[in-house]
Design a protein. Structure first.
Length: 179
């Protein structure tokens, strides 16, 4: 049995949990989240803890047990504190601006690129070259940040593009002329 899956998820006082067979509903100060529990895994609530158990010893049930426990821990963390990813834009003339529920990017293309912001994620642009993606669901925050990053991936020669804050991009040497 997985050691991590045995560890119970502690529920803070701010978070309210409703356990229904096959589904878990969590409600906290930052929003509401639902988790569908796969077959072979059960979740029970004892006082202020959630215990994740499996009903069989099949490979899928063993794999799902740890995943469900990790999702629950991430959901509780997101409902209390929230999750956030920070991106930065590097390149001359590259910038982003917020226009309602859309982000308008100038990324050195012949046209500006519009990115629609989903309702469950909040995007902030403190400066023209920095983007902050925030939300309660860690998977959605990571997905939206990855989609924004995919608009202009960092190229290895000049280092221009959208990257995570603190991400190290290995630079390649350009062409060299031999005589």
């Amino acid at each position: 049995m997985s050691r991590l899956a045995k560890v119970p998820v502690v529920i803070p006082d701010k978070v309210k949990v409703t356990v229904v067979p096959g589904n878990i509903h969590l409600e906290g100060p930052k929003g509401k989240l639902d988790l569908k529990v796969p077959q072979g895994v059960t979740v029970e609530q004892k006082e202020n803890k959630l215990l994740v158990n499996r009903t069989s010893d099949q490979k899928q049930a063993r794999a799902s047990q740890g995943s469900v426990r990790a999702h629950l821990a991430n959901f509780v963390e997101g409902l209390v504190n929230g999750h956030k990813k920070e991106l930065e834009i590097q390149g001359i003339g590259f910038r982003a601006s917020l226009q309602g529920k859309k982000v308008l990017f100038n990324l050195g293309l012949s046209h500006p690129v519009e990115f629609e912001i989903p309702a469950d994620v909040d995007v902030k642009i403190p400066t023209q070259t920095s983007i902050i993606v925030e939300g309660t669901n860690n998977m959605r925050v990571g997905l939206i940040a990855a989609q924004i990053k995919a608009l202009k991936p960092v190229e290895p020669y000049k280092g221009k593009g959208i990257r995570y804050v603190g991400e190290v991009v290995r630079r390649k040497q350009g062409k060299s002329v031999t005589k």
